[in-house]
Design a protein around this ligand. Structure first.
Ligand code: ADP
Ligand code: ADP
Length: 226
């Protein structure tokens, strides 16, 4: 599903160049829940920003569903982005919009008709168990509920890949488990490939099928979770 080939990211400054990703290669099979674990400063965020196309790698390839993302621009790039959902540690919900309106947002940007949006939002609210919160605002929700909205929003455009960046790091252990269970559910129901970036081994142990360890810009170990 995802092939990362010899990915290099260098940051240049007056002090010289800094290698944040050093020849990172990974193959993430379709339907996997793939953990990428590492200490602070290891290069996780840099890898996320390359995968979600916020940052251009210095060299190497990222191939998702047969398409090399590093070669895309314009419309093709925007389309490829819709195939990658993202959820974040701090949720990044729009505070002035209701739950339903937050979930609808990517669909409005994609230009769907109002009727299609309403139906899709209904479906997503049901999927994440928030039907009774459709008209609530983010400030009225618990952390776990906010992340459920984040998950629903990330799935709105029906991506094949879900990228989770420290998605449970702001949640208590009980809520973390319920979010991980939801992600596992979605993985099984929708066949979605999930990439979990985390510094927490317990998250990896709980949910991941495979794991890679990133240390000082390099993948130092990887394989099935056993
Ligand atoms: P992690 O997410 O694992 O904590 P990061 O990817 O944020 O790691 O950072 C990896 C390394 O790259 C760190 O040493 C960080 O200081 C450096 N780095 C990250 N972003 C930049 C940048 N924009 N310019 C220079 N160095 C950066
Ligand atoms: P931290 O907890 O270290 O402050 P954040 O959760 O704020 O990190 O951000 C995690 C990563 O997500 C960062 O690399 C940041 O650049 C990226 N990010 C933040 N906001 C967005 C956004 N709206 N869309 C895509 N990526 C984002």
């Amino acid at each position: 599903m995802i092939q990362i080939k010899k990915l290099v990211k260098e940051y240049s400054s007056r002090q010289g160049t800094f290698l944040a990703l050093d020849n990172v290669s990974l193959h993430i099979p379709k339907g996997a829940i793939y953990g990428i674990i590492g200490l602070s400063g290891a290069g996780k965020s840099t890898l996320v920003r390359c995968l979600n196309l916020l940052e251009k790698p210095s060299s190497g390839q990222i191939i998702i569903a047969g398409q090399d993302l590093t070669q895309l621009s314009g419309k093709a790039l925007r389309q490829a982005r819709q195939n990658i959902g993202m959820i974040f540690q701090h949720f990044y919900l729009l505070q002035s919009r209701t739950v339903a309106e937050n979930i609808a947002f990517p669909l409005e940007i994609a230009g769907l008709h109002k009727r299609e949006i309403t139906a899709r939002v209904e479906e997503l609210l049901h999927l994440v168990g928030l039907k009774d919160k459709a008209t609530s605002y983010p400030a009225q929700l618990s952390g776990g509920q906010k992340q459920r909205v984040g998950i629903a929003r990330s799935l709105a455009t029906k991506p094949q890949v879900l990228l989770c960046d420290e998605a449970t790091s702001a949640l208590d252990p009980q809520t973390t488990l319920s979010i991980l269970n939801l992600l596992r559910d979605i993985n099984q129901k929708l066949g979605l490939t999930i990439v979990m970036i985390t510094h927490e081994m317990k998250v990896v142990k709980e949910i991941c099928t495979d794991v890679a360890v990133i240390h000082e810009a390099r993948i130092v170990e990887y394989g099935p979770i056993e």
